[in-house]
Design a protein around this ligand. Structure first.
Ligand code: NAP
Length: 308
């Protein structure tokens, strides 16, 4: 990746930043990556595990020589970080981010963008329920989508460079309008997370009255909900607060469908249920055919003894 950028700065050293680092080092060791995280604890962990070629102790040191600066902090912290780094950005540098919501991040960064700095917002559609500097791994972005958003400050060269950077990390890249991105992600990620959080909350309440039977006998479906509901609380608080309208729109539709299925169960309308479930099964098949998940039972996880 040396031909794309000479120096990259990662601000925030959690799951996504550490995965960017390990993925970039997999192919090419010549790109120099500097990292910064607000807490000394995270910076020390990063140094101990060799995360980043250099871990800076200030935002200024982290960004001043960087050709590309990627903000890898929660969506709600983007503006505050941008305000602090803006005076130190190199002329001609590109700012990007990995935020899960795009319109709110653009609104947070745009007003503080120096005139000689380009901005190419990005969102890799890849993650796990783990967080922190030790949670990243090199293959996180392999064959996953990274959605880039056009920004008026960015010329063709800046956009192509960010696109090629993400391709080098293993991702498939596409450009998408920011509002459309937020609506699509509300359907595919944000609303499902809220539903998982709610389901685990309901089960936990029940667990209390049934002496933890809900946890003890938890079936695979519920365990998948608990995995999603273990995702980082700060990240997800920020996602919902900054993608309010799209999430509420999708949750409204979800509630209508849920009532429809509830009615089908109450009235014994098996035909309705069969049609619905047959259709949803075909959606799963399409996702597998598109190469976005595995067809292996239980998502290819190997814990046979736990299967129910
Ligand atoms: P993470 O593992 O929790 O790491 C967050 C990083 O941000 C840490 O280095 C933390 O610093 C720093 N940070 C937290 N609050 C901050 C604040 N108020 N000001 C400055 N720095 C702060 O997070 P992540 O999963 O990598 O997520 C980072 C970004 O990627 C988020 O915008 C998220 O929406 C997006 N994203 C996440 C996923 C996912 O599945 N996790 C997927 C795609 C995109 P300290 O450790 O020093 O406190």
């Amino acid at each position: 990746m040396s031909q794309i950028y000479d120096r990259v700065a990662l601000i925030g050293l959690g799951l996504i930043a550490s995965s960017i680092f390990w993925a970039s080092k997999r192919n090419d060791n010549s790109l120099h990556i500097t990292g910064f995280s607000r807490s000394e604890k995270t910076r020390n962990i990063a140094r101990n595990i060799g995360l980043c070629d250099e871990v800076a102790d200030s935002l200024e040191d982290a960004v001043k020589d960087a050709d590309l600066v990627i903000l890898c902090v929660p969506v709600g912290a983007m503006e505050q970080v941008m305000l602090k780094i803006a005076p130190f950005l190199k002329a001609g540098a590109t700012i990007s981010d990995v935020g899960s919501v795009k319109r709110a991040v653009i609104n947070a960064i745009e007003p503080h963008l120096p005139t000689d700095v380009k901005f190419v917002p990005a969102h890799p559609l890849a993650g796990t329920e783990h967080s922190g500097p030790e949670s990243g791994f090199a293959s996180l972005f392999d064959n996953r989508w990274c959605l880039l958003t056009d920004h008026k400050s960015a010329d063709k060269t800046a956009k192509n460079k960010v696109k090629n950077f993400w391709k080098g990390l293993g991702a498939n890249v596409e450009f998408m309008d920011a509002d459309h991105h937020d609506l699509v992600l509300a359907v595919t990620s944000h609303a499902p997370h809220l539903i998982a959080y709610t389901m685990v909350g309901v089960a936990d309440d029940l667990g209390k009255v049934t002496d933890s039977e809900v946890i003890k006998y938890s079936a695979a479906g519920f365990r998948d909900f608990t995995r999603i509901a273990a995702s980082d609380p700060i990240m997800w608080r920020d996602v919902f607060l900054s993608n309010k309208e799209a999430t509420i729109e999708i949750l409204g539709r979800f509630t209508e469908e849920l009532f429809d299925l509830q009615r089908a169960i109450r009235t014994g309308n098996g035909e309705k249920l069969l049609d619905y479930f047959t259709h949803t099964r075909s959606v799963r098949r399409e996702i597998i055919e598109a190469g976005q998940d595995t067809d292996a039972p239980n998502f290819g996880r190997n814990f046979d003894s736990e299967l129910d």
